[in-house]
Write a protein that binds this ligand. Sequence first.
Ligand SMILES: Cc1ncc(COP(=O)(O)O)c(C=O)c1O
Length: 369
Amino acid sequence: MRIPSFDLKRQYQNLKMEINQILQEVMERGQFILGENVTSLESEVSTYCGTKYAIGVASGTDALLLSLRALDIGPGDEVITTPFTFFATTEVISNLGAKPVFVDIEPDTFDMNVEEVEQLITKNTKVILPVHIFGQMCDMDKLMEIREGYNVYIVEDACQAIGAVYNGKKAGSLGNTGCFSFFPTKNLGAFGDGGMIVTNDEKIKEKVLMLRNHGSKKKYYHEELGYNSRLDEIQAAILRVKLKYLDSYIKRRQEIASLYSDLLSDVPYVKTPKIKEGRTHTFHQYVIRAEKRDELQKYLSDNGIGSTIYYPLPLHLQKVYKDLGYKLGDLPEAEKASEEVLALPMWPELKDEEVREVVEVIKSFYGKN
Ligand SMILES: Cc1ncc(COP(=O)(O)O)c(C=O)c1O
């Protein structure tokens, strides 16, 4: 692809000296598990997010899993979430023997429709799990109001939304826990897997610290079943370098998004992303709705331009969830979005002329069709 969906090589070229140096320091120190970079990154991320604590874990998936374990979620419990997300969000719920209960999405932001949450609450509902999809936060005021009224927890899946802001508060800081992924293509990406949980609750922090390390507080003494889910020292060192640039990366993503939206404003076959009042969008993905989406994607690809469909099949219709009993038509907005969405190339090092070229190809497609 001439213009891929994302490209990590340009960023490395820009950071090469700093990253190579810090990697060399880690290797020379010889401490690879739970070293000083993990501790420092935890404190830097908690400061960045405005939370009391941050705990590094092995992935975004584990951040969700350990959050739910820390809240004692298990068989018989229900977790209300969105079907329009990466599978990991609900995989962890199901792996704990709990049940995902799906709420439809808002058509303009693709986030969960918070107005439909309350009617799904039962005596078994323990958690509401909003996903700040593509980098824009859900309506947290409404969810926090529900949390008060029903005595449920909120776990924020902020895996795509580090740095996003909702009424002055950072993603991850409003839930009982907030979960981040450092998957390489994320806005803050490692050179492998990584994740983090942020929380203001000391009990949760203590429990997660224990769970990530085989259920152990004191070496070789185990209080409960845990996991090997520690954030790697090498990844933490890389992430500390990149965290310094995160806000500038987000700013550049926002500039690219504005340029796309301006250039596409006269294309009636395409709907560009909406940003709601009081929120920022970190544009982990720039997702349009497009007429003749599949043909457009092929045309882009034939012209050397990458694009991705997030997500082609909503989770309530996945084979793995056959037994939950959902059918086509149950969550129409999520189903419609799956047929229309297309993520265009988006990464901070993308050049303006490349954005213009992507839009030219889109315009030429609709000119022909
Ligand atoms: C919304 C969402 N939740 C969870 C995850 C899981 O994160 P990870 O890949 O780090 O396990 C991802 C990303 O991959 C994600 O996009």
